[in-house]
Design a protein around this ligand. Structure first.
Ligand SMILES: [Zn+2]
Ligand SMILES: [Zn+2]
Length: 153
């Protein structure tokens, strides 16, 4: 056992999806009626809001979890705000993170719409870092808004 081994970094979803979903179909949420032998980009849904992915929208990328789960940029922003800026913790004891499938001790964010989906602080941070490095997307982590709306420039 090597010390300090972390989960592999997440990356934004793109290209050759069909192969991947053949390997790990259980956790992937598809649009109803999807032909799983011929998965299209738009058939892949975010586990947290169940909205289809639009590969042409650079502001709402989709992060791939480890077992076919997905987190979109919008849900990531909500999770980032809740955990990092508001200090919220929706974690339930004994529950594992939808993205890394580990039972974590750090804070978690739960989807308000689909409460069986939750993501841990580590995954949120890691996803944010991966997305910001990705030049194909314009996603940026949300800034703290101390009661005021709008981006601080
Ligand atoms: Zn989402
Ligand atoms: Zn996690």
């Amino acid at each position: 056992m090597r010390g300090g081994a972390e989960v592999p970094a997440f990356h934004a979803a793109r290209g050759d999806r069909t192969e991947k979903h053949r390997q790990d179909p259980e956790a992937t949420v598809f649009r109803p009626g999807t032909d799983e032998t011929n998965v299209q980009y738009e058939d892949v849904l975010c586990n947290f809001c169940r909205r289809p992915w639009d590969p042409d929208d650079p502001s709402r990328p989709l992060i791939e979890g480890h077992h076919g789960s997905h987190l979109c940029g919008e849900c990531l922003s909500l999770a980032f705000l809740a955990i990092v800026h508001e200090g919220r913790d929706d974690r339930k004891a004994g529950e594992s993170c939808t993205m890394c499938l580990e039972e974590r001790k750090d804070e978690a964010w739960r989807s308000p719409e689909f409460p069986d989906a939750c993501v841990c602080r580590r995954c949120v941070k890691q996803s944010a870092t991966a997305l910001e490095k990705d030049k194909d997307y314009t996603w940026r982590r949300p800034a703290a808004s101390e009661g005021s709306e709008g981006p601080a420039s």
